[in-house]
Write a protein that binds this ligand. Structure first.
Ligand code: NAD
Ligand code: UDP
Length: 349
């Protein structure tokens, strides 16, 4: 009897949810929750959503994000900021969720690996629960790190990856893999509409100067004529996507039909060695920096390039900004930031 009763309650519950889903899909999503919204990618996403007339609720614990990234948005009545950790339950009257909360730089995500795992796993659970209760769509910022140090090149979404479960990168790599699993389980069990972007190395204005990632490190070093620190011999490869291209991909993926539940690679398929990147940045900044070699970090992937045929076919998406154009914009940003920091330092000295 108890069993029949609970099945009945579930079916009413689900009927209500699907009714809500139909109603919501008839309306353009108005209020969007962006977790990690004060970070590098999150702040660009908030800006783009506001420019489309959406209301944005930006949630961030400011671990690596900065209020200065969203300062220019705070005068917009459609923008709200709330300081919160996604590892605690999230309650919000929203119609769509983008989950970007998690430090992306190895320096920052390795500083407190247990916190990183909690952010990825508990954060995904809390937000999926919110999506389930409200019957709304949810986007996950996953990563090329789910492929680890890949044996298949370039990496298609069908590749299962080569990931160390207990190395220094595991809190991030396995945390993001677990989050993907949770997304699929909520989709299968509760019919939550999910969108998963596997993001490859992305760069641009609003990265932190102390972020520790390769593009920001090299540009800041070059602008200050300091040594450019190559880890290893610089022959490892990455494919660098400019932030504006990536945000286009996010919006197209979120707008895609319900049937597209597969993870989708988003990144620039043009591959460079780390040495080529250093040389290009020295050239574009006219720097007097010298290249110096440092030890390669443990488990540093040898090569990485996205196969973006799924995004091209399903989303009609491909990056448009060349590395040199994107680097020029990023160099201008860091140049302005370093000049401003030097003025502030001189004033307080
Ligand atoms: P970022 O570090 O600039 O931004 C992450 C944001 O999340 C920060 O504002 C930080 O304060 C916030 N945050 C961290 N832990 C949180 C928590 N527990 N609760 C609430 N907020 C929290 O990094 P980013 O480059 O903007 O990356 C954004 C997302 O995209 C991350 O999930 C990252 O894993 C993913 N990603 C980025 C790249 C890339 O190249 N930029 C590549 C792959 C995946
Ligand atoms: N890297 C480097 N010098 C730096 C920072 C990074 O040579 O000052 C290398 C790093 O070892 C890796 C690549 O650049 O091979 C990309 O590093 P990043 O931390 O930007 O991203 P990820 O390793 O997560 O792709």
């Amino acid at each position: 009897m108890k069993k029949i009763h609970s099945a009945f309650v579930t079916s009413i519950d689900e009927a209500r949810l699907s009714e809500r889903r139909v109603l919501r899909s008839a309306l353009a999503p108005r209020r969007v929750l962006v977790t990690g919204g004060a970070g590098f990618l999150g702040s660009h996403l908030c800006e783009r959503l506001l420019s489309q007339g959406r209301e944005v609720l930006c949630l961030d614990n400011l671990l690596t994000g900065r209020l200065s990234n969203i300062e220019h948005l705070t005068s917009d009545p459609k923008f709200t900021f709330v300081r919160q950790d996604v590892a605690s339950p999230v309650a919000a009257e929203v119609d769509e969720i983008y989950n970007l909360a998690c430090p992306a730089s190895p320096r920052h995500y390795q500083a407190d690996p247990i916190q990183t795992m909690k952010t990825n796993v508990l954060g995904a659970l809390n937000l999926l629960e919110l999506a389930r209760q409200r019957g709304i769509k949810i986007f996950q910022a996953s990563t090329s790190e789910v492929y680890g140090d890949p044996h298949v090149h370039p990496q298609p979404e069908s590749y299962w990856g080569n990931v160390n479960p207990f190395g220094p990168r595991s809190c991030y790599d396995e945390g993001k893999r677990c989050a993907e699993t949770l997304f699929f389980d909520f989709h299968a069990k509760h019919d939550v509409e999910i969108k998963i972007a596997r993001i490859f190395n992305t760069y641009g204005p609003r990265m932190r100067p102390d972020d520790g990632r390769v593009v920001s490190n090299f540009i800041v070093q070059a602008l200050q004529n300091e040594d450019i620190t190559i880890y290893g011999d610089g022959s490892q490869t990455r494919s660098f996507c400019f932030v504006d291209d990536l945000i286009d991909g996010f919006l197209k993926l979120m707008a895609s039909g319900r049937s597209l539940a597969s993870p989708v690679n988003l990144g620039n398929p043009v591959e460079f060695t780390v040495l080529e990147l250093a040389e290009q940045i020295i050239d574009l900044t006219g720097s007097r920096s010298k290249i110096v070699l440092h030890p390669l970090p443990v488990d540093d992937p040898r090569q990485r390039r996205p196969d973006i045929s799924l995004a091209a076919r399903e989303l009609d998406w491909a990056p448009k900004v060349s590395l040199s154009d994107g680097l020029k914009q990023t160099i201008r940003y860091f140049d302005g930031l370093l000049t401003q920091q030097a003025h502030e330092h001189a004033e307080t000295a």
